[in-house]
Every structure is written in structure tokens, then in C-alpha cells.
Design a protein around this ligand. Sequence first.
Ligand code: TRP
Length: 326
Amino acid sequence: MSGIRPTGFLHLGNYFGAVRNYVRMQEEFECFFMVADLHSLTTHPDTKELKENVYRVLSENIACGLDPDKAALYCQSHVPETTELYLFLNMLAYKGELEKTVTFKEKVRQHPDNVNAGLLTYPVLQTADIILHRALYVPVGKDQEQHLEMARNFANRFNHRYGDVFPEPQAFNFGDELVKVPSLDGTGKMSKSENQNATLYLSDSDELIRSKVKKAKTDSGPTEPDSVKPDIIENVFSLLKLVSAAEVVEKYESDFNNCTIRYGDLKQQLGEDMVKFIAPIREKAAAIRNNPAYLKEVMEKGAEKARQSAQATMKLVKEAMGLNYY
Ligand code: TRP
């Protein structure tokens, strides 16, 4: 089970860090992937753009390979059992521990005038998303590890107080070395919010991709054979490895090692390979986005599967809690 925030556009970092993992998981596990529209209300109370964002993020994820016939793909608010379980879990979550959450403290700093109770209990809602399906594995990035630890705590607390209902969920990845997708300006990773010119979005036009890649930071090149690559050059090579053929990578590795490398050519090649990688996803996402009947069907089918699983869990929850009246 995993949740996808409906804010911002999907970028290359999301693809290699998360979506590719989801696509692999759907082949091996019973999966639930959910668009977290309720979570977005904690920081985006204005819902003018919400629907469009939900449709877009769904379209983009399907274009990347998520298959509504294999995994349940649904929208959080279509499964009201989520909010019911959230309420029960709120009685087991303490103000002190919630206030210590790193993401909460960050958001308080970013929006000091909107420190609402939903923001404080964000990890409780996330726990409800996960344990509602009694999920074992949650594919998430490093930034979500604390939330997962809290989910384990809340699940265990429920089990101790009312009886064993929930297994412990754990963060999941396929154990490959964690793919890092560096930003094009040599500072950190590609990111939804920071410097959009250094991030390649799956919705970028061919021209925009080429021009962003062309501006990637490089230097004047190695002066000694077999030098260690400076970080900014290592970054460009990391991107090349993600989308270019092995021979291409080898050619530029050896050009680097014998000091004949021309970064203009390297970036030209990288730009073209990025276009080849991104354009089909962009086009597929646009076609899906322009097919409301299909999106509606996907969301209905996903919600149906998710609600079945949720209702089975809620039955156990209410029996355990003694809320099973005649
Ligand atoms: N908090 C997650 C994020 O910021 C999104 C999310 C919501 C989620 N519910 C979830 C992730 C359940 C995993 C499981 O990316």
C-alpha cells in the first residue's frame, strides 16, 4: 500500500524513486495505491485545483505503468472507512508524540498561520490508509520513515488495547541500491517544489527537456587521465545511466578518462535520450487525462476493491473494540 500526494507534477525523481517500484510490486503483491486528496487538505485548504491535480496524478501514474487491472488505484476520499479508522486511531495518538514529528515541525515553520489539527494528526491519517488494508509493505522514500515508525506504534497500541488485528507495516524497496536522481544544477535531488529548471517533469515538452539539459552544470573538463569525477559531473553521468544505452555511457566514461570528453556533446546526447524516455510517458498521460470516462471507471473500480478490503478490516476492528452492537 502506498499513497501519492496530489500536489505538484510528477518528475524523474518520483519515477525512479517511487513509481517504478510500484509497477514492479503490482506484479508480485496485492497492491493498493491511493491518491491522498484528504491529506492535501491539511496544507492546501483551497480546493480549486484539487480535482484537476487528482486526475493528473492518476493519469501520470497509469502512464508510468500502474495497471488498474492489477492494483487497486483509488482516491482516498472514496473510501470513507479511512476516516472512520482515523477517528479511532486518534484516541490512541498522543499530542506529545505528534508534536515531535519532523514533518509537522517543518510544516509549522512553512505555514505558521495554518497549524490545524489535521496537520498535527497527518501521521494518524496515513496510518489509517495503511492498516485499513492490513498492509505489510509500504513503498516509500526515506522522508516517510518516521511516519512508518509511527504507523507501527499506533497499530501495536491498538493491538495491545483491543486485541490483535493489525500486522506491523514496514517500508519497502526492492533492495537495489537506492536510485538517486540528481537535479540538473548540481544541488541535491530533483524535487517538486525547488528550482523547477533543474528538475525534469514527465509533462515537460521536448523543447523544454532539451533546454533544461543543455543548461546542466558542467566544468571545463578533466586535465589528467582517470581523474575522480567532481560531483556535478558525476550527477550528469548518473542521469545518463538512467536513460541512455550502455554503449553510450561507456563511450563518455572512456572520453572522460582520456580527457577528450566534450560536455556539449554529452548533454546533447543526454537531452535526446531524455526526450525519448519522457515523451511517450507524457503523451500517454495526456491521452488518459483527456479520457474522463476511462478515469471515472478506473477510480470506481479501485474504490470498489479498496472498500471491500476496508470493510473486512473494519469488521475486525469493531469486534475487537466492542463496537459490534446487535
Ligand atoms: N505522506 C505521504 C507523502 O507525503 C503520502 C501518503 C499518504 C502515504 N498516505 C500514505 C504514503 C500511506 C504511504 C502510505 O508522500
